[in-house]
Design a protein around this ligand. Structure first.
Ligand code: TXA
Ligand code: MG
Length: 321
């Protein structure tokens, strides 16, 4: 990790160059609506393996394929009317589908960790869509950070975590949503949320006209294998659901909403959950730099809307083994 000469502005020319890197089996980090992704050509086994290596991620943890056209979905995975209706309504956007696989290419086996299902999404970001179209292939991309660390919401975060392990980082500024996609399992009759994320459960339920279940299984072999109990770990120990009167002198306080005590940071002084989600990972990264504090204390976050995703991430971040 020497210099930042791999961070590029997302000009047409640079995106075209990034697409060449993808086609030639390299790794490109790119902005999406949720968090930055570390992308590779899904049809290149060597490149897909390179993602796991760069992230130091175990091979049992499958990746999400990013596509730019709904029509492509039918070639790739098993779809039905329900899947297509969801895609037409929510894509591009912060929603990932787990579907039964169609393709049996060996590189896709690796990307899907040998599962018979696959995760697919269409990101709502012009740079991501442009890159996928220019590459001419689906791009598999996990969050562009080392395994078990906080996901990156800026190009600088990607650089701090992966440095020159990435051939090119396209800098699209801060990600608008700031937490990863909501992942839903569409392989069975009922729709289950495997990971709470940038699309609120309520929004999904309003569209479907039915309740959606949440998969609470988060042991060491969860259904979304990335949902390990200890994940998103900041370097300082973190306590959550801490009322402002219980914050200790030597704790870095991350507040939410109006507080009367001094807070080192506030996720959203007005109590807006979208704003809090967008700030969450950047603030956790900021907090862990302050090693003169013994730990991080975070205010309670309401369990509604994007609060589900926020609570999920901070619960994992605060988990003690
Ligand atoms: O917002 C996002 O989803 C970002 C951006 C870059 O698109 N990506 C992301 O990827 O968060 P990653 O790899 O950090 O998380 C993907 C999650 C993991 O928990 C993985 O276990 C789960 O998706 N997953 C992938 N394929 C799956 C499958 N076939 N069945 C169940 N879970 C799957
Ligand atoms: Mg991740």
């Amino acid at each position: 990790m020497t210099n930042k000469d791999n961070i590029y502005k997302p000009t047409e020319e640079n995106i075209a160059q990034a697409a060449e890197i993808i086609k030639n089996g390299g790794l490109v980090a790119f902005p999406t609506d949720t968090v930055y992704g570390l992308g590779a050509n899904v049809y290149d086994s060597h490149a897909v393996a390179g993602i796991f290596k760069a992230k130091e991620r175990p091979l049992f943890d499958p990746l999400i394929s990013h596509i730019a056209e709904i029509d492509f979905l039918q070639e790739y995975a098993q779809t039905d009317e329900r899947v297509l209706a969801l895609a037409h309504h929510f894509w591009p956007g912060p929603l990932t589908f787990v579907l039964k696989r169609k393709d049996t290419n060996p590189s896709i086996d690796l990307a899907c960790a040998g599962l018979t299902s696959m995760a697919v999404r269409m990101p709502n970001h012009p740079v991501a869509l442009n890159l996928i179209k220019k590459s001419g292939v689906p791009i598999v991309a996990p969050s562009a950070n080392r395994f078990k660390t906080v996901s990156p919401t800026t190009a600088q975060h990607v650089y701090d975590s992966l440095g020159n392990r990435v051939d090119m980082i396209l800098d699209g500024g801060a990600c608008r949503i700031g937490v990863e996609t909501t992942i839903i399992d569409l392989t069975g009759k009922n729709i289950t949320i495997l990971r709470a994320g940038g699309l609120a459960k309520e929004t999904l339920e309003d569209f479907l006209g039915e309740k959606v279940l949440i998969n609470e299984n988060s042991s060491s072999h969860p259904k979304a294998p990335g949902q390990l109990l200890k994940h998103y770990a900041p370097k300082l120990p973190m306590r959550i659901n801490v009322e402002e009167s219980d914050v200790k002198e030597d704790e870095f306080f991350i507040a939410f909403g109006k507080v009367s005590r001094h807070a080192e940071l506030n996720l959203s002084p007005s109590g807006n959950l979208e704003e809090a989600a967008a700030n969450l990972f950047a603030y956790m990264r900021e907090a862990e730099k302050h090693t003169n504090y013994k730990g991080i204390a975070m205010s309670p976050i309401p369990m509604a809307g994007l609060g589900l995703a926020i609570n999920d991430r901070i619960k994992r971040a605060s988990y003690k083994e």
